[in-house]
Design a protein around this ligand. Structure first.
Ligand code: NAD
Ligand code: MG
Length: 393
């Protein structure tokens, strides 16, 4: 990959994705130069990472733990700052590669602000595309920036997608592990606890995406994400349940060829692909031993036990801002489930109710600006919060 050192900015540095990025940078200290690390509130983790990676600056979005960060980094020569404005200043600094790894719609403004001419955006924060895909991709094109998908399924598809002849592509297939409740009876799913839902069989991820994997909302969000990343219609996107998580994505061509990318379920492979693209870099990821694995199995998703997937696919088809309302309601419902305020199957119920309420109010027309998207996002969170309190009462 590029002979020169790549300057990197990491948004969401202390999260699950951010930690994997840091691991790869630490293994290749001469290849990367860390311009800025941005996190929400984990001062200790951010300070430790900034020192380990010899970052130029460390920024907290939430100012409450700023004193801790300043103390931990005093005398290190690393700049520190906090607050929304500081985040925007951090993405303004000259850089080559921005890793978008904030969780949720909170990542929308800073990640959009990071889109600048000639930059490469390695995007993990799928909510940017779910909530404002047209605006986000529009800015990528307008600024002549480049987007590379970090999300494992999209990264897999990107690796086997022959972009020079998109008209020969019949189908794009995203695999799903099925999560911890793939084979559980519907009656039992109603009673699952946050601890059970957080325990993903194959992947180690942040809390929100782990719950979304258990409801399969995550796969729904990913189909919407794929719709923006690749020039294919909603009809050409399929989901295939594959419990071993060895095959991450597939593309079917009109000659009958089916191309797939395989690898261990370790995010360092897709992240490394983005960081070294179009070359390849060394990773310590456990190599996929197909003989040891023995067999790979596939099955169709069950939309009855996983209504979140159906609801997300419907939101994609209805278009406009339906996916933004879907995401806002889901973020709110997942947080309530984690606090024990609602049951597991109330998550898709809350999302479906929010979508029908906003549809009835005529509020799902396409948004003209990101500010409009964020206003709607806020409104959908408030609405869902009320729905949850009335249900809990
Ligand atoms: P996480 O919860 O582990 O980490 C989130 C990061 O975002 C933290 O660094 C946190 O400090 C930061 N953050 C949160 N709110 C913020 C705010 N308002 N401003 C600035 N920073 C903020 O999440 P994760 O699992 O690493 O996921 C990050 C994104 O990547 C999500 O969009 C997720 O869907 C996507 N993703 C994750 C995985 C995975 O394996 N974890 C795989 C594919 C895609
Ligand atoms: Mg994924």
């Amino acid at each position: 990959y590029p002979a020169k050192t790549v300057r990197v900015t990491v948004l969401g540095a202390t999260g699950s994705i951010g930690q994997s990025v840091a691991d790869l940078i630490a293994r290749n200290p001469d290849r990367f130069e860390v311009v800025a690390l941005v996190a929400n509130s984990s001062a200790d983790a951010l300070a430790e990472m900034a020192l380990r990676l010899n970052a130029k600056s460390a920024v907290l979005c939430d100012p409450r733990n700023f004193e801790d960060l300043k103390n931990r980094l005093s005398g290190s020569g690393i700049d520190t700052a906090s607050g929304d404005q500081a985040v925007f200043e951090a993405v303004d600094r000259d850089t080559d590669l921005v890793i978008g790894a904030i969780v949720g719609a909170a990542g929308l403004l800073p990640t959009m602000a990071a889109i600048k001419p000639g930059r490469r955006i390695a995007l993990a924060n799928k909510e940017c595309l779910v909530c404002a895909g047209d605006l986000f991709m529009g800015k990528i094109a307008a600024e002549d920036a480049e987007i590379l998908p970090v999300d494992s399924e999209h990264n897999a598809i990107f690796q086997v997608f022959e972009a020079s002849h998109p008209d020969s592509i019949e189908k794009v297939i995203l695999t799903a592990s099925g999560g911890p409740f793939r084979t559980m009876a519907f009656e039992d799913m109603v009673r699952v606890t946050p601890q059970q839902a957080l325990k993903h069989p194959n992947w180690d991820m942040g809390a929100r995406i782990s719950i979304d994997s258990a409801t399969m909302m995550n796969k729904g969000l990913e189909v919407i994400e794929a719709h923006h990343l690749f020039p294919v219609s909603a009809d050409q996107l399929d989901v295939l349940v594959h419990p071993q998580s060895a095959v991450h994505g597939l593309v079917q061509y009109r000659d009958g060829s089916l191309l797939a990318q395989l690898g261990s379920p370790d995010m360092r492979t897709p992240i490394a692909h983005c960081m070294a693209y179009p070359r390849r870099m060394q990773t310590p990821v456990e190599r996929l031993d197909l003989a040891k694995l023995g067999s790979l199995t596939f099955e169709a998703p069950d939309m009855k036990r996983f209504p979140a997937l159906r609801i997300a696919l419907e939101a994609l088809r209805s278009g406009g801002t339906a996916p933004a309302v879907l995401n806002a309601a889901d973020e709110t419902a997942v947080a309530a489930f984690l606090k024990g305020a609602i049951g597991f199957m109330d998550i898709p119920a809350a999302v479906e109710e929010a979508l029908s309420a906003f549809s009835a109010k005529g509020k799902l027309a396409p948004a003209a600006t990101v500010e409009d998207v964020l206003a709607l996002d806020q409104e959908a969170r408030v609405w869902t919060g009320h729905w949850i309190s009335s249900r809990a009462a």
